[in-house]
Design a protein around this ligand. Structure first.
Ligand code: SAH
Length: 435
């Protein structure tokens, strides 16, 4: 076995989706932080196990052509980005090959399309959730720890969120407020509206009123100021209770030709322009015609279903979602957009009544669908299924299950909704084979 702290000369052959360069040392796979495919390096082994090693770069002998200088001083410490040190075109290639590998591993034959991207790799995030330390410092957790790295300028966040965050952080520091755990902000890119949600251990603290007043006065676009209470000692950011302290219980945005109300507890895609590209692909794959009906499972505040219903003038849309506030938004959003034949059910997608319809859209969280729901969809004889997924591994696993139950797929379309991070979104069309 190789020894810890030993030095080796290697050539990097790949990068994994955590951003580590991969090589082999005496046959054992070795992960090297900050290393790039084709780099020739001198590395030092900092962790040695039977199955893999972890190493640090000691010296770059020849730098890879994919390498670029990271523009962020916090990379890779903050853990948010994993690809600041490579060209974006290479990142897209890597993402495509992860999707390919996931489908290969699941034993599903499919063509993986080129990654769709608008090539906007900074300032795209319309939502941020910053942890706040006991001294009011805000930023990101150091990778795998609870230490907070002060972050003055994150390249991913929308610039307006940066301004609001800096202001609130300054206020917390000045007043020495110790009960605030997170600052959660969202901006509606099309309308400019901003939501501020302060996550606190306590419902009341003496400076709360002044904080609301000052933030709303300084930033007129804040249309929703909420306080979420989280007094539990867990990693979950938001607690169960949310109080609206100023403005409305939602902000409004425009997306894919519709107007949407979004509450603090509702899911909303973080990358506005890429979400529009993703939704329009999903709409095309659904092939819905006037008079047809469809179901949107995991519908959030109704974004995918309502935008399709508006364009295709469908006969009926049913949406299912587990978060009550999101369902309330979805119902209001149907009215706001003049879509009459839409109904929304609050509950588990697995319990949805799968009545006869032409198409079902599913957009589950990272863990994917349950085997039970896949069976229910197959048994209900749903002809067309459009699967939107934020996790290539569970998507590939679920596609294998669909194929086994009589569905076919031909192309997987990756969409880069999260440039510079290890994540990639995908959409797939599954068609029930005849007979
Ligand atoms: N399609 C929406 C939301 C996708 S995110 C959009 O594009 O905006 C996934 C959604 O699934 C979240 O809103 C989450 O609250 C919801 N969800 C999670 N588990 C669920 C379950 N078991 N049943 C129904 N919805 C669920």
């Amino acid at each position: 076995m190789v020894k810890k702290n030993s030095i080796h000369t290697v050539k990097i052959t790949d990068i994994n989706n955590l951003g580590y360069g991969v090589c082999r040392v005496e046959g054992i796979v070795t992960f090297v932080a900050g290393a790039v495919t084709d780099d020739e390096l001198e590395i030092k082994l900092i962790k040695v196990t039977k199955n893999y090693n972890v190493a640090r770069i000691e010296r770059i002998i020849t730098a890879s052509e994919y390498r670029i200088e990271s523009e962020c001083s916090l990379f890779p410490k903050c853990g948010g980005c994993v690809y600041r040190h490579i060209s974006y075109s290479y990142e897209k290639e890597l993402k495509r090959s992860y999707v390919e590998a996931a489908f290969h591993k699941a034993g599903v034959k499919a063509e993986i399309a080129e990654v769709t991207s608008d090539n906007k790799i900074s300032g795209y995030r319309n939502k941020v959730q910053y942890p706040v330390g006991k001294n009011g410092e805000t930023g990101y957790y150091r990778t795998k720890t609870h230490d907070i790295i002060e972050c003055e300028n994150c390249l991913l966040e929308h610039p307006v969120l940066h301004e609001v965050k800096m202001y609130i952080s300054g206020f917390i520091k000045e007043k020495k407020i110790s009960c605030i755990r997170h600052i959660y902000l969202r901006c509606a890119v099309a309308t400019g509206e901003i939501m501020v949600c302060i996550v606190s251990e306590k419902k009341d603290f003496p400076e709360l009123d002044a904080l609301c007043n000052e933030v709303c006065e300084k930033f007129e676009s804040v249309k929703c100021f909420a306080l979420n209470i989280n007094d539990k000692d867990t990693n979950v950011i938001l607690g169960e209770k949310t109080f609206i302290l100023r403005g409305r219980p939602y902000i409004e945005d425009e997306l894919s030709g519709c107007r949407f109300r979004i509450s603090p507890m509702s899911f909303y895609q973080v990358n506005h322009s890429m979400a529009e590209l993703l939704y329009s692909k999903a709409a095309r794959l659904c092939q819905l015609k006037e008079g047809e009906s469809f179901i949107d499972l995991y519908c959030g505040c109704g974004t995918i279903g309502l935008s399709i219903a508006k364009q295709a003038k469908t006969a009926e849309l049913m949406g299912v979602e587990i978060i009550p506030d999101a369902i309330e938004n979805a119902k209001a959003n149907a009215v706001l957009n003049g879509i009459e034949n839409a109904s929304f059910i609050c509950g588990d997608a697995g319990d949805a009544p799968l009545k006869k319809c032409n198409c079902v859209i599913v957009d589950p969280p990272r863990k994917g669908l349950t085997e039970k729901l896949i069976s229910q969809l197959a048994e209900a004889n749903i002809q067309r299924i459009v699967y939107v997924s934020c996790n290539p591994d569970t998507l590939a696993r679920d596609c294998a299950s669909f194929v086994q139950k009589g569905y076919e797929l031909s192309v997987v379309y990756p969409f880069d909704l999260f440039p510079r991070t290890g994540h990639v979104e995908n959409v797939v069309f599954l068609n029930r084979k005849k007979g």
